[in-house]
Design a binder for this molecule. Sequence first.
Ligand code: M5T
Ligand code: MG
Length: 242
Amino acid sequence: TPAAGRIEFDNVTFGFPGAETPVINSASFVAEPGKTTAIIGSTGAGKTVLLNLMLRLYDPQQGSVTIDGAPVDKLTRAQLAESISLVPQRPYLFGGTIATNLRFGRTDASDDELWEALRVAQGEDFVREKELGLDEPVSQGGTNVSGGQRQRLSIARALVAKPLVYLFDDSFSALDVATDARLRAALPDATEGATTIIVAQRVSTITEADQILVMEGGEIVGRGTHDELLTDNEVYQEIVRS
Ligand code: M5T
Ligand code: MG
């Protein structure tokens, strides 16, 4: 069968070297292709570490992480990078131009593809306003673009790469509510068929998700749709109220 991007965590436990308590504790879940899996939970709950385990930034002490049945620790970093695009919580831009930054994951992308990704990522307007457009210089670290613009360019970069799996680590919380809504309305078409995993702060960002995982203290303490969790998960109810 062709690669599809199905991610499975089976009883994964991970702790940083020297730390007494694990940061991820017996986590099991499946993120299916064509579906959106959302992860929500308080700061320090382990959301970023969970995403990092998919990219093998570190390996679990227990359990397994697989993509389409293949253990990620059997894949090379290059193979993983081809399958998975991460929009990190603190996006990074390289010295170059807007275009070279957007083509980071796929150098053969056309200008039309870059503009289309920018349209979805709600970054089209500010790039059109730049004198040189796609060829506008970007300084290393992206210090000459605002935090919100950096985030949109980082989202567009992931879209250009057309991976099997998208990981959005808190990529929408810095956007105002209206922009967040426009972006999420455009995202399903742009990521069709892919496995989408969204770490979010705002419940409004994830109400439409096929599956929501609620994390607390490194554990998945709830899972279900928004409506299901509203009915039966106290931690989720607390997040909704706050
Ligand atoms: C989970 C610790 C962190 C926290 C726990 C990335 C990282 C995390 N931690 C380290 O000790 N070293 C590290 O390099 O692990 O952290 P997280 O996964 O970053 O939490 P989060 O993403 O749910 O939080 P936030 O604030 O992004 O919503 O104890 O200290
Ligand atoms: Mg985080």
